[in-house]
Design a protein around this ligand. Sequence first.
Ligand code: S3P
Length: 441
Amino acid sequence: MPNNIFIEDKIKNFKKTIRVSSDKSISIRAILLASQAVGASKISNLLESEDVLNALRAIKKLGINYKKRGNSYIIYGYGLNGFNVKKKTTINAGNSGTLARLILGLLIKSKNKIKLVGDKSLSKRDFSRVIKPLKLFGANIKSKNNLLPIEMSGSNFLRPISYDENIGSAQVKSCIILCALNTPGISIINSKNSRNHTELMLKFLKYPIKIDKKKGYDKIFVQGLNQFSGFKYNVPGDISSASFFIVLTLLSERSQIEILNVNINQSRIGIISILNKMGAEIKLKKKRLYNGEKISNIYVRSKKNLKAINCSPKYNSSAIDEFLIIFLVAAKAKGISKFMDLGEMNKKESKRLDLAIKFLKLIGIRVDRIHNDIKIYGNPDLVLSKSYEMKNFLKDHRVFFLSCITALTLGGKWKINDKDSINSSFPNFLKILKMIGAKIN
Ligand code: S3P
């Protein structure tokens, strides 16, 4: 089967209401916490993407059963550390940094040795950021150069830690929190702000976790060894998936979209603040609270006369997966946009900062870079009319989505490789695009 698509026409004006796929971060956390709960949990609207299916396969290998019933997955937990680990168990996290880093936190007491592996992209990513705190807890962990494969042998001699998490990584923070669940005493994480779904879910489960909010940081106290019961959870839509449709609408002509039931947790909506500062008028409608998470419909209209932004790094964590598509808006905006301190982008599924610059240059946009700061010279008259192909992006799903949105809004004849990459996070992406009128071959 060919694994590329062709887009040769811009999208025609549209007015649609859509749902995007369910939130990946919340789906993975719901599965991992259900695997530690006492009794059955029912998770509805789980994202059925490869990263999440790998989480289900992982808990199954660890002795946790689940079944699908209608639109829900029922997961049968045996409480904290209730895994039954066979000898020579290997867990494959595939493309998912979140799964790999979070599940390590749950394996620190494992009776048998477990090997963690991943795909080509994940095997290039650095695990020192979790190996360091895991060792402080007392975990026996082996890896060459802090890369996968990692071998984890559990320990019965765990001690609570006090840790400064200064990257602003929710994966690191969550790994430590999950480790703390299985460790006696109170662990303390002083963590630079990042998405807080793990904390909110534990609060919803009435788990003893306390959070002191400081400027830019959360001090989190987790008391270990408290059991919690199975739960019900309905996963909302993913703002990271929605972001591609937000920008598609914004940069198209005379179009409108309403995206239903999206998670708008403050730690995730940097893109909305940034685009609204650039002149978009994105509205959050029907705001509501669900198990501690904020949800709303997102309403967007096409907008001309977008302006450049001097983007404060305070948004870096809450827009970390969205910068690729934000840069496309900067490319069409009037003036020079500045983004700072984006080194973390190069630690993702691909080296996204490097690739973003390559991509912007491919479409004729000037970019200046000093270390991890970039300037994008916007061109409101930008129209593409040549042939384009982005090569060697390590099958990064978000680079694929970016290429599609660029082709549909700016034109040109595009060959876009690695269509299968959409299965990591958003398997319905192309179907929804076609539904709103995109011509894709
Ligand atoms: C995620 C956290 C972010 C994000 C990733 C999902 C999570 O990574 O980029 O796509 O679910 O915790 P970092 O925590 O490493 O920044």
